[in-house]
Write a protein that binds this ligand. Structure first.
Ligand SMILES: Cc1cc2nc3c(=O)[nH]c(=O)nc-3n(C[C@H](O)[C@H](O)[C@H](O)COP(=O)(O)O)c2cc1C
Length: 180
């Protein structure tokens, strides 16, 4: 069973990220969640800690700090990076190599041979935006496996493509990638 760093951005689908953390833990993986500061305003990190039995991190400065250098410690611990839900903002940060927060800094610090999976979630117009499409193409080129979002009713009230893939489907992709 593997060490998984689950990065979560601020999304209406964040509760599915929590469900994913729980399902992966039940499957026997050790899951350490890293939330963006905005995500931590939607669901408290403590909830992710309760579901995984592992520390959840938000920032490496101030009260969010866990170790002397959280981004290095998490990147050395990770056997798989799984970012779900990934916001348009997080995707932009990753595509441009920015260390805008702990989630994107862990991605920068993690060696390239560690597999990385990205699960976007956003409003259909955001997903169709050429800048977001460009960023996703760049990340595919950089070695990210992108789990395509599904179609249906969105929390923002519109129908279309942009729903976070279902946690059970993401677990299947993780299992395949880990060869477990
Ligand atoms: C309730 C709520 C739900 C949101 N859902 C999404 C979403 O699903 N996808 C997205 O890209 N942005 C969404 N946003 C906008 C992002 O939260 C915003 O772009 C934020 O800056 C992202 O920060 P982060 O990437 O640091 O988490 C949502 C905002 C709010 C307030």
């Amino acid at each position: 069973m593997s060490h998984i760093v689950l990065g979560c951005a601020a999304s209406a689908a964040l509760h599915k990220g929590a469900d994913l953390a729980s399902k992966l833990t039940q499957a026997g993986h050790e899951v350490r969640c890293v939330l963006t500061g905005h995500a931590a305003q939607l669901i408290a990190p403590q909830h992710f800690e309760a579901l995984t039995g592992q520390p959840a991190s938000v920032a490496e400065f101030g009260a969010g700090r866990r170790t002397a250098m959280d981004h290095i410690d998490l990147s050395e611990w990770a056997e798989l990076l799984l970012f779900a839900p990934a916001s348009a903002n997080l995707i932009g940060n990753l595509a441009h190599g920015l260390g805008a927060d702990l989630v994107s800094t862990v991605a920068l610090a993690t060696p390239q041979d560690v597999p990385r999976i990205l699960c976007p979630a956003m409003n259909p117009h955001m997903l169709a935006n050429p800048a977001v499409a460009r960023n996703l193409d760049q990340l595919r080129e950089d070695g990210w496996q992108v789990v395509e979002p599904g179609e249906g009713h969105m929390a923002c009230g519109v129908k279309g493509r942009g729903r976070l893939a279902e946690p059970a489907q993401i677990v299947e992709v993780v299992t395949k990638v880990l060869g477990a």
